[in-house]
Design a protein around this ligand. Structure first.
Ligand code: BTN
Length: 262
């Protein structure tokens, strides 16, 4: 029997991932990096998770660092092998994880949950969760996806005013193991939709939660700023925007977007 104090996190059983394991470490450099290291060396089962109480070199998007106070939040990474998903459609993995997190958040709060393109999760217009998806591709297939999730749960102070936690927004404190278990159920459910090929539904529901949909926002390309209305996201995960010069499709690297955050 598991010693609950030493090994606090449990993972729900899953018919899709019958052999998955959970690896818990009190501290770790980065769960994404650790998972990547062990996937190269050992036969890590599909659906396995690495979770820690503290990362001392957490990775964020675009080469940023991810900071999270020890023992306050969920910091974990999930390994999946979506070999059936074409590499050109890898944005659907972004949707799966962003939708799974927002499904879970919507069970905790009645409203104010949005996805800021491509995969930041906002609560009351502040960032409550960051997701880092790292795919390994072979030809037109995705061989492995490591999805790292940093969900701010109980942390009370942040260095950036644009960040928040569930506790700050609701005034409640949460049990991290319970949050993790229920969140995994939500993530599994969305991944099963991907396995079933329910691409249209994933895209529709992602759009329903997309922050700024239909709003006019300022875009910058380094040289100039111009207005654009967010119309949606295409199959390749690009943001579709109506600009004064017609429709434009943005990928992450191309532009600065001035989102109307708090
Ligand atoms: C972002 O910049 O918004 C993405 C942040 C992702 C952070 C998570 S925490 C768990 C996993 N391990 C990491 O090193 N990063 C991700």
């Amino acid at each position: 029997m598991q010693n609950y104090n030493k090994y606090p996190y449990k993972i729900p059983a899953s018919s899709v991932f019958p052999k998955r394991q959970i690896i818990y470490m009190p501290e770790c450099h980065s769960t994404n990096v650790y998972l990547e290291e062990i996937v190269g060396e050992y036969a890590v089962a599909d659906g396995s998770v690495v979770i820690t109480d503290f990362q001392f070199a957490g990775k964020g998007q675009r080469g940023n660092q991810w900071f999270s106070q020890a023992g306050q939040n969920l910091t974990f990474s999930v390994l999946v092998r979506p070999v059936h998903v074409r590499a050109s459609l890898q944005s659907y993995l972004t949707m799966v994880f962003a939708l799974g997190v927002t499904d879970w958040l919507l069970k905790q709060v009645p409203a104010g949950v949005h996805i800021k393109w491509p995969n930041d999760v906002l609560l009351n217009r502040k960032k409550v969760c960051g997701i880092l998806i790292e795919n390994q591709l072979q030809h037109d297939c995705i061989t492995t996806t490591i999805a790292g999730i940093g969900l701010n749960v109980n942390q009370l102070d942040f260095p950036f005013p644009s960040a928040t936690s569930l506790r700050l927004e609701t005034g409640r404190t949460y049990s991290l193991p319970e949050c993790f278990y229920d969140l995994m159920i939500c993530l599994d459910h969305r991944y099963e939709m991907l396995l079933k090929g329910l691409y249209n539904r994933l895209q529709e529901e992602y759009l329903q939660r997309l922050f700024g949909l239909g709003l006019e926002i300022t875009f910058g390309d380094g040289a100039a700023c111009y207005p654009g209305t967010v119309l949606g996201v295409d199959d390749y995960g690009r943001l579709e925007v109506r600009t004064p010069w017609g429709l434009k499709y943005f990928s992450m690297k191309e532009t600065t977007i001035h989102w109307p955050l708090k």
